[in-house]
Design a protein around this ligand. Structure first.
Ligand SMILES: [Zn+2]
Length: 346
């Protein structure tokens, strides 16, 4: 970690949360997760962190004692409808990617603690019809890590046409697989064949994503379903018409499924590359697109882009001890810097 970040974290560790909440005024702050699971997932664990149910429940206790937990309807009523109804220190809990654990693991804990939430789903992955490319990469990495030396030797010898530089070691092969993007679909398919992975069979057997039945049950519980794009492509690699299609079509699918008049949209990965004027225009022409949700802390932004902090990293978190304070303070620190420099997104 760079020295500047070490110094920042040292200062923040001695700073209480309350003054940061008071200085960085936002209608609402977002607290975001992807996976809460008792077991590692081959679609997530090789690339990303996750929290266990006990760690997550510690976070819920932390949130209840430091924030007023609000739902999407009140958030939209204030930001889009101009009604002043949100309490001070409002926070909104969200989950990206639409893993089945949102229903099996997260839902019972949220019902127990009476906490509202938004679940952002990748619409092509609903009912396990499609595996987004980042999860394809994770699945390949998981299989590579579990391969015996003989299996890896066979895989490496087949790599000469695809990536000669990746043949030298497991580390080199993993680094290459990790670098693949959504433009490398054919390469990923070739790796699947070499590693004897059938992604469709994996989806059919493991059912890692939410089904429409599970989603409708979440809606009946009072939770909000949002859109997280059609295919979870990296938006920085797409042109604006393609980005607009991903936003507009996924929100339309969610509205048709849930009966909502508009659906919130969470950017895949983050919205750093997205011009706010373009996003405003998309919303203006498509009233079924609700509030946007970003993933980069709480920087100064338009009020219709809700800042969120991703809190999946479990370091220092255990049953009975949340680590949320550390991540949220970092998000406020970024917000404070952007407030002082008046650096708002174009
Ligand atoms: Zn995502």
């Amino acid at each position: 970690m760079p020295l500047r970040e070490i110094a920042r974290d040292a200062i923040l560790s001695w700073t209480p949360l309350a003054p940061l909440q008071a200085m960085v005024k936002r209608d609402v702050v977002g607290v975001n997760y992807h996976l809460v699971s008792a077991e590692p997932s081959p679609l997530v664990s090789p690339l990303f962190s996750f929290k266990t149910p006990a760690q997550f429940e510690s976070d819920l206790h932390f949130l209840k004692s430091h924030y007023s937990m609000v739902g999407y309807a009140d958030t939209a009523a204030q930001i889009l409808g101009g009604r002043s109804i949100l309490p001070s220190r409002a926070a909104l809990l969200t989950f990206d990617d639409g893993f089945a654990e949102c229903h099996t693991t997260v839902r019972p804990l949220l019902l127990k603690h009476k906490i509202p939430a938004v679940f952002f789903v990748i619409t092509d992955a609903l009912n396990n019809r499609f595996l987004p490319y980042r999860n394809r990469v994770a699945l390949c990495l998981d299989r590579l890590r579990r391969a015996t030396d003989d299996e890896f030797g066979g895989f490496a010898s087949e790599l000469k046409a695809l990536a000669p530089q990746a043949r030298s070691s497991r580390e080199a092969a993993e680094k290459w697989v990790r670098s693949l993007t959504n433009r490398d679909t054919a390469v990923l398919d070739a790796i699947f064949r070499l590693l004897n992975i059938d992604p469709q069979a994996f989806l059919t057997v493991r059912k890692p994503f939410l089904s429409t039945d599970q989603i409708l049950e979440l809606v009946r519980d009072g939770f909000t379903i949002g859109a997280h794009s059609v295919t979870h492509t990296d938006f920085s690699l797409l042109d604006e018409p393609a980005i607009e299609r991903e936003i507009v079509e996924s929100c339309a699918v969610v509205c048709a499924l849930t009966g909502a008049s508009h659906a919130p949209f969470a950017f895949p990965f983050n919205g750093n590359s997205l011009k706010r004027l373009f996003l405003a225009d998309v919303r203006k022409r498509n009233p079924h697109v609700g509030l946007y949700f970003d993933n980069c802390g709480f920087p100064l932004d338009h009020e219709w882009v809700v800042g969120r902090m991703t809190c999946d990293l479990p370091g220092g978190c255990s049953a009975g001890h949340s680590n949320l304070g550390r991540w949220l303070k970092r998000a406020y620190a970024r917000g404070l810097v952007s407030q002082i420099t008046r650096k708002q997104r174009p």
